[in-house]
Design a protein around this ligand. Structure first.
Ligand code: GDD
Ligand code: MG
Length: 356
């Protein structure tokens, strides 16, 4: 079976992290987001993954190729000169997908248990053109809302980012489609959610597969942190707390040493080659590679970019996102700050704002 992953968005809501990297490469739980998906696809027998790329395509290609051997799947890059939105890329990749078999389509920023085997069985059982994985959320207006018959799963209505309440079951960004869907799409910017899915509903050709377990679109900072929490809580191999300075669940790269009097966790991810000095406190946060946290710095519910230096006694909290190679001076306080790459911060940020 084949899969196409939509990996060409600008990732604007995850800036500044996506100014230096395309969103699918941003590390979630210590590996590029998209690798979580490719591994899950490979585990259910997908042998070819087409990556629909556009923004920062060269970087995506070279990074993914480093992992290709380990992944055990063939990777094909389908390159858009101008972004084709969420359906156009399928038409562009038609020659790879049009072999009469059904295929997966995935958004590149969703994290869950990926119960793809059950989804394949469901798709075969109803025999129609498409299956969408759906989940329930509290804030449906940020997503594509799906109204379907509970008994059969037949979707009656698909409304992308509704202004008014339609329901709380939403499109989880993972589909299985028959190759006949390709006949509905042309090679031009086309929205799957606004154009193709509503059309498929009208002919009763779209079915909902209700996901079990957790799910999150990690394409914005607050949701990235929430998704990290859910992911860590659901790790089957979570180790019980052995060290007094760890509060599980945490994921700490083996290269990282934890000095005495630190307190790390819960829901913390620390990447390769991060240096922690004595007395550091981190909770509900992700620290990306090669960053240094000086003595007694405090990080809460925030994402710290690559190669940063966080000064002694600095305090970073409230969904702050720190770009790459940022220096935060000693004793600085950041409250909900989005700090662009390469900045040196020597003044407090008392209210949430972007620091350019
Ligand atoms: N190749 C390509 N070209 N990919 C694109 C393009 C493009 O022009 N535009 C967006 N993408 C990719 C993004 O990289 C992402 O993987 C996916 O398409 C969806 O784009 P997002 O920008 O993340 O969309 P969203 O989160 O607002 O909404 C989508 O996902 C929700 C679930 O997370 C929709 O599919 C909603 O219906 C859905 O509920
Ligand atoms: Mg998204």
């Amino acid at each position: 079976m084949k899969a196409l992953i939509l990996a060409g968005g600008y990732g604007t809501r995850l800036r500044p992290l996506t100014l230096t990297q395309p969103k699918p490469l941003v590390e979630f739980a210590n590996k590029p987001m998209i690798l979580h998906q490719i591994e899950a696809l490979s585990s259910v027998g997908v042998d070819t993954v087409i990556l629909a790329v556009s923004y920062k395509k060269e970087q995506l290609e070279s990074e993914i190729l480093k992992h290709t051997e380990k992944l055990g799947v063939k990777i094909i890059f389908s390159v858009e000169e101008t972004p084709l939105d969420t359906a156009g890329p399928l038409a562009l990749a038609r020659r790879y997908l049009n072999d009469g078999e059904s295929f997966f389509v995935l958004n590149s920023d969703v994290i869950c248990d990926f119960n793809f085997q059950a989804m394949i069985a469901f798709h075969r059982s109803h025999g129609k053109e498409g299956t969408i994985a759906v989940t329930q959320v509290n804030e449906p207006s940020k997503y594509g809302v799906v109204v379907f018959k509970k008994e059969t799963g037949e979707i009656e209505k698909f409304v992308e980012k509704p202004q008014e309440y339609v329901g709380n079951k939403i499109n989880a960004g993972m589909y299985i489609l028959n190759s006949s869907v390709l006949d509905r799409i042309e090679v031009k910017p086309t929205s799957m959610e606004k154009e193709i899915f509503p059309e498929m509903c009208q002919t009763s050709n779209l079915y909902a597969f209700v996901l079990k377990g957790y799910w999150m679109d990690v394409g914005q900072p607050r949701d990235f942190l929430k998704g990290t929490q859910l992911y860590l809580d659901n790790q089957k191999s979570a180790i019980p707390s052995t060290s007094t300075n760890l509060i599980h669940p945490v994921m700490i790269h083996e290269s990282v040493k934890i000095p005495s009097k630190c307190c790390i966790g819960p829901h913390v991810v620390i990447a390769e080659n991060v240096i922690l000095e004595e007395g550091v406190r981190i909770k509900n946060s992700t620290i990306l590679p090669n960053t240094i946290l000086r003595q007694h710095s405090f990080i809460s519910t925030s994402i710290i970019g690559r190669k940063c230096t966080i000064g002694q006694w600095a305090r970073v909290e409230n969904t702050s996102v720190i770009g790459d190679e940022v220096v935060i001076k000693d004793e600085i306080y950041l409250n909900g700050a989005l700090v662009c790459n390469n900045k040196t911060i020597s003044e407090n940020v008392l209210e949430p704002k972007v620091v350019m």
